[in-house]
Design a binder for this molecule. Structure first.
Ligand code: IMP
Ligand code: MG
Length: 179
């Protein structure tokens, strides 16, 4: 009986040490920008959870944490709607919101998430992602802070990021072959 092929883990792209060092730099920048303010950190489930947990423990300004989970529907040629599977629970009106995501490809999902969050009338929205794929298909700039510019077209997984719900538990980020 044929079985679904398992995704194959490829070479390591970012070690856990390299990730930790970059997360510390991103945290330092956020600490500068948000010193003395009370921000709401909104993380995108599920891929951003490992990045979030490392980032959070390095932040020194007062903050609250919330989560969204979204699904996006595109037609291939037109950007899709985003639908909240789980919306924020905290009030965002007048607040400084920091959106934390795992990987941005075209930026379409994050841009639409930003528009949806803007409906809550926050005081500001700052977007942070650990990875951004090289700007071949990039839509207008959305990201304020990025960990690593991913030069490769390969699919990646690890450090919270999945390939078909696998590999989130890995401490490093690897390329994966989708067969
Ligand atoms: P967008 O093109 O920026 O809207 O990317 C949509 C979503 O695709 C991201 O939020 C990721 O969850 C997912 N994604 C893009 N590239 C990868 C990858 O290499 N590994 C795992 N997920 C990815
Ligand atoms: Mg995502």
């Amino acid at each position: 009986m044929p079985t679904t092929p398992e995704p194959q883990l490829g070479r390591m792209l970012y070690s856990s040490e390299a990730i930790a060092a970059r997360v510390a730099e991103i945290a330092a920048e956020l600490n500068r920008r948000f010193a003395g303010r009370h921000a709401v950190v909104v993380a995108v489930l599920k891929g951003a959870t490992v990045f979030l947990s490392d980032l959070l423990r390095r932040l020194t300004f007062p903050l609250s944490v919330d989560f969204v989970r979204i699904a996006s529907y595109g037609t291939g040629t037109r950007p899709g709607e985003i639908r909240f599977i789980k919306d924020v629970e905290l009030p965002l009106e007048g607040r400084d919101v920091i959106v934390v995501d795992d990987i941005v490809d075209t930026g379409g999902t994050l841009e639409r998430l930003k528009q949806a969050l803007a409906g809550h009338r926050p005081g500001s929205i700052t977007t942070v992602a650990l990875l951004r794929r090289a700007p071949k298909r990039r839509l207008p700039p959305t990201l304020d802070l990025v960990g690593f510019e991913l030069e490769s077209d390969e699919f990646v997984a690890g450090y919270g990021i999945d390939c078909a719900e696998r590999f989130r538990e890995l401490a490093a980020i690897h390329a994966v072959a989708r067969s």
